[in-house]
Design a protein around this ligand. Structure first.
Ligand code: ADP
Ligand code: MG
Length: 271
């Protein structure tokens, strides 16, 4: 069974960026195979990873349920759909990728939901690592496409309101009937306004007392409620530049400030 890292957090807090950078580090430092899962209906992890995808799992189900896909003679419906779903998996530069797609179809997909349930658990047998980029509501997780999450990372920007939102997501995660072994907060700075004086600093170097006191209090309160801070990802101009042109993050320059921080985050998770 693979080691599963899931990333949740409000929109715009850097989930997709962090997922892509974690995958980048896993491939570089730990070798393959990695399964990248985009479970955000507004899927763009493929862009951050610099790959194209053909169709999502939900598109596959849509086609099938909409009657556009003919069932070959003698093949059971469930088995065929399962096969179709698994063929939505595509191989890319050293990793495989699965795009779940949007989940609110016009009809009731209870049947498809049953098939999807446990999908990631079944697939994860073939990988060493699974990295899931979620949406804030953690819809796929809550629909139990997987039951097993070794580490859940909740991303937030360094503001009181964003940190409170991280706390709410944490509570939702606790309410889900999932096996989440560890949960951490990751602060990300998508704006050129570093919270510490040293913009290259990872968590070790950041003196938390130098952060805005209200933000600091909120972080301490999260630590107290079982959401410890794992790292602070600095603003990185290279990410901004690549994001403008949707270029992907797999070839950031070696001295990119985020790389060291993310490497440290991953190593702490796997330690
Ligand atoms: N550390 C960072 N430095 C610079 N830009 C960042 C950083 N983290 C995220 N961004 C940018 O912020 C935007 C939102 O990040 P994204 O990862 O898409 O968030 P989410 O997936 O949570 O919606 C993107 O344009 C991304 O390129
Ligand atoms: Mg995203």
């Amino acid at each position: 069974m693979a080691y599963t890292i899931a990333i949740a957090g409000k929109g715009g807090t850097g989930k997709t960026t962090l997922a892509a950078l974690i995958i980048h580090h896993l491939l570089k430092a730990h070798g393959r195979p990695v399964l990248a899962v985009d479970a955000d209906p507004n899927a763009n992890l493929n862009e951050a990873l610099g790959v194209e995808y053909v169709r999502s799992v939900i598109d596959t189900i849509d086609r099938f349920m909409g009657g556009k896909e003919q069932l070959p003679a003698g093949v059971a419906k469930g088995r065929y759909l399962e096969y179709q779903i698994e063929s939505a998996l595509f191989e890319s530069k050293g990793f495989d990728m699965l795009v779940m797609g949007r989940t609110e179809g016009p009809g009731c997909y209870c049947y498809a939901n049953d098939l999807l349930r446990g999908l990631l658990d079944r697939l994860s047998d073939n990988y060493r690592y699974v990295v899931i980029d979620n949406e804030a509501g953690m819809e796929h997780l809550s629909r139990r496409t997987t039951r097993n999450v070794d580490t859940l990372l909740i991303t937030a920007v360094p503001t009181v309101s964003a940190l409170r939102s991280a706390a709410r997501i944490h509570r939702t995660a606790l309410e889900l009937d999932l096996n989440i072994h560890k949960t951490f907060l990751v602060i990300n700075e998508p704006n050129e306004r570093p919270i510490s004086t040293d913009e290259k600093a990872g968590m070790e170097e950041v003196d938390l007392t130098k952060i805005n006191p209200a933000v600091h209090r909120e972080i301490s309160s999260l630590q107290g409620s079982g959401l410890p801070l794992l790292g602070i990802i600095p603003f990185d101009y290279n990410i901004l530049e690549r994001s403008i042109e949707a270029k992907g993050l797999m070839d950031l320059p070696d001295d990119s400030p985020v790389l060291e921080t993310v490497a440290r985050i991953v190593e702490k998770i796997l330690a």
